[in-house]
Design a protein around this ligand. Sequence first.
Ligand SMILES: [Zn+2]
Ligand SMILES: [Zn+2]
Length: 325
Amino acid sequence: MTDETCSKCGEPAVIHREYEGRALCKEHFSIDINKKIKKTIREGNLVESGDTIAVGLSGGKDSAVMLEQLVEIFGERPDIEIIGVSVHEGIDPYRDESISAAEELCDELGVELKLGKYDDYYDLKMDDVADAGAKGNCTYCGIMRRDLLNKLCREVDADKMAIGHNLDDEAQAIMMNHIKGDMKRMARIGPKKDPSDHEKFTQRIKPLRDVREKEVALYSRIHDLGVIDRCPHVQEGSMRPMVKSFLNKLESEMPGVKNQIVSHGREISDMVEDEIDYKSDENQIQECEKCGEPCSSDICRKCQLLDEIKIAADKSEDHNFSVEE
Ligand SMILES: [Zn+2]
Ligand SMILES: [Zn+2]
């Protein structure tokens, strides 16, 4: 990868960190990643004694690295329980492969895995929904995945759910919130507990949020963790890929700018949080009239989407019928 040697031991380097001006070998890179994650957890007080942590597993590299690291850090602690949770969206064979990878990893690490399928909870598969709705596949799927992961966390009595967001995801989210002017989402950046959260909503933690995407990928290659996680129904053209490539370009000209965006974003987030009135009516969390899940309107977005999908499916059936006539 590079002709350089490790700045700590002189062995061949696997990475040159432009933003730190140093190179690291396999071993020292791995030690550093572990240190970074521990620091994130400690400083944000992400894990406490007595916690059951549900680890959201997609089978992809981010969540696999996260599980391996959490087991490394907390595996010997009798007061902390780690359980894997995975969602099968009904995307074949893509999801079958990544679920098998998640199952294998859990087996290896001695972690229980709780699996939930869209088919069992919502009576549908993403393969059937794909391209059916005006809002786009990822919107439908994301809202259902969030709903189901939260249900699974309650089923395993989790106190917290760990999600595999890395530093790049965090920097992208901050930029997108700026562009959209979304102040409420801005207030949720960073390690703190979302003050608007409902008791039915499991608190989310992001142990990888100070590790760069490229470095998660390198760690996953070195330690053979995770499979390629690329959904066949993904639709390009949303804002995120553009923001992502913009940030990568900026970083190549200004090494370290992603870290700056994230640390400034967290400061702004704290300020915004003080300004939001969580007791006001518009910020009150209630329960969905249909399914009872926490939401900000009478009917939750997931139930609205499920209705839209059903209407779209009924229409296409009617249409087929008239064609046959
Ligand atoms: Zn070294
Ligand atoms: Zn609902």
